[in-house]
Design a protein around this ligand. Structure first.
Ligand code: BG6
Length: 504
């Protein structure tokens, strides 16, 4: 087993300004990720964290609350000395975009703090807020000049998900932000790109000679992308009911997986080239007419059931969900990519909540070998050939192929060759945000979404949103919590003579 060495350089001095510092995301992910960076000596030597909330709190109270969160959500044992050093960098500042003068005051406070900490004026503004606050905060940061780059001092804006709720709102948000900052200053986060196995798709495809020649319509029958979740909607009823599974997962997380699997080889491993190829393939997703969108999609909503020992109540009975809601908690889609490599190769996508298992994977199904040679033998069928990229729960890669069963007669069975990350590399458990935050600080935006790919993603899902809106509740299937999802999802593949990969 290989210890993963760190050959990374420390980021330059900067301040890390978090809007929404009292929120769940900051406590659950951002601070634990900063802690992990501190523990591996990957924070700048001169550094300060500014926690911004609409209502001010004392530094002591904010630090206590962040410490409590760290103890609860840290991915490794907390070393008190490291945690203390990190939290001593935290200063609380109040600012509310509804009171513009608070941003002028914030600017003064920030400049004083930066002078005292000798951070040199480079700043990262992390918007860990509800999406409605992205534009108002950015506008105020722009108006007060806090985002203006000066000499060697960079200014960056990190935007969390969800980026828009449809194509029009995503475009409007991009337009608004691009009036304030340049594209290279914007870091649109999709936490799937912080996952090792997701980043590894690029390496698997392009650092190995054997996959690329067969990675096309001549050899690949279809691609399945699955993100099954066991959790129900829980306490997020209000957000989820106005969002639904499609908006919540597809144009962002599932399309990250799809674009990495389907993109053309980038000429160079740099942010511009890699992101251009990703945007290109998303833009090549075939537009669907309204009637096609209905045929090529399945919507489901979970009903009460049991997952293990946990009882899950009906989606419609969840707090803050409208009674009789027609919001989908499950979606399956069939998409086509209109380019030379993928013409005729369907991409099937599915994701849902309150399902029997937690599983995230991409399964590449290769074309079947001709059976002719075995027609006069006892062999009745050949197993399917899949290359499976596992993201959760198993991080790794598996190849399924046919092999001869030992014995005098010819018998064939499907077997699996597996690579599991944990068998080869000993890496500390992480939140997945460390790489993303570190990259923001060193100015590498390869793992962040550019405006064109965000819009291409929404463009591809917009026909489904429109068709479903018109159809209302018609076509929404129910499935039992703890099941595999709605029956229609099986049907979607069955009518093409295919089926979803069963758990191995
Ligand atoms: C979030 C969604 O972006 O991703 C959640 O809003 C979802 O609804 C989560 O549960 C899934 O992330 P992961 O990393 O657990 O697959």
């Amino acid at each position: 087993m290989t210890e993963v060495p760190s050959n990374q350089r420390k980021p330059d001095p900067c301040s890390f300004v978090i809007f929404g510092v009292t929120g769940d995301l900051t406590h659950r992910l951002v601070i634990p990720a900063l802690y992990n960076l501190a523990a591996t000596d990957l924070l700048p030597d001169k550094f300060c964290v500014v926690g911004v909330a609409r209502k001010g709190t004392s530094n002591g109270d904010l630090r206590d609350s962040l410490m409590k969160g760290l103890r609860e959500f840290a991915t490794r044992p907390v070393d008190d000395a490291i945690a203390k050093r990190l939290l001593e960098c935290v200063t609380s500042i109040a600012a509310d975009p509804r009171e513009p003068s608070s941003f002028d005051e914030m600017r003064e406070q920030l400049e004083k703090l930066e002078a005292a900490r000798a951070t040199g004026g480079s700043r990262l503004f992390y918007l860990a807020t509800p999406p409605g606050a992205f534009a108002p905060i950015s506008r105020e940061l722009g108006r007060t000049g806090m985002l203006q780059q000066k000499n060697d001092a960079w200014r960056r804006l990190v935007i969390e998900k969800p980026f828009g709720t449809d194509l029009a709102s995503a475009k409007a948000l991009n337009d608004e932000l691009l009036k304030i900052v340049d594209e290279h200053q914007i870091y649109r986060i999709d936490h799937y790109l912080g996952k090792e196995t997701v980043q590894n798709i690029l390496v698997l495809r392009f650092a190995n000679g054997m996959f690329e020649p067969i990675w096309n319509r001549n050899h690949i029958d279809h691609v399945q992308i699955t993100v099954d979740e066991k959790l129900g909607v829980g306490h997020r009823g209000s957000f989820y009911d106005s969002t639904g599974a499609l908006r919540d997962m597809v144009p962002n997380h599932l399309f990250q997986l799809l674009s990495l699997v389907a993109m053309e080889p980038p000429a160079r491993f740099d942010a511009h080239t890699v992101r251009s190829e990703k945007a290109e393939v998303l833009a090549a997703i075939q537009p669907q007419r309204e009637s096609d969108a209905l045929v090529n999609s399945v919507r489901g909503q979970y009903q009460g059931g049991k997952i293990g020992d946990t009882v899950i109540e009906d989606y419609c009975k969840t707090g803050d969900v409208k009674p009789g809601s027609t919001t989908e908690t499950y979606v399956a889609l069939k998409l086509a990519i209109d380019n030379w490599r993928w013409a005729g190769v369907p991409f099937y996508l599915r994701t849902g909540k309150a399902l029997g298992i937690k599983r995230t994977e991409v399964a590449i199904k290769f074309k079947q070998a001709p059976f002719a040679m075995f027609s006069c033998t006892p062999v009745e069928a050949l197993a399917e050939n899949y290359l499976v990229i596992g993201v959760e729960p198993t991080e790794g890669i598996a190849l399924q192929f046919n092999t001869k069963v030992p014995g005098p007669s010819i018998r064939i069975d499907g077997v699996e060759m597996k690579f599991r990350y944990k068998d080869y590399f000993k890496a500390e458990p992480s939140t997945g945000y460390e790489t993303l935050i570190y990259d923001c600080m060193i100015g590498d935006n390869i793992l962040f979404q550019r405006a064109d790919s965000v819009e291409a993603g929404w463009q591809a899902v917009q026909p489904f949103l429109d068709a479903w809106k018109k159809a209302g509740g018609k076509g929404l299937e129910r499935y039992k919590a703890g099941s595999e999802g709605p029956a229609g999802a099986e049907e979607l593949l069955k009518r093409d003579g295919r089926s979803w990969r069963k758990l191995g």
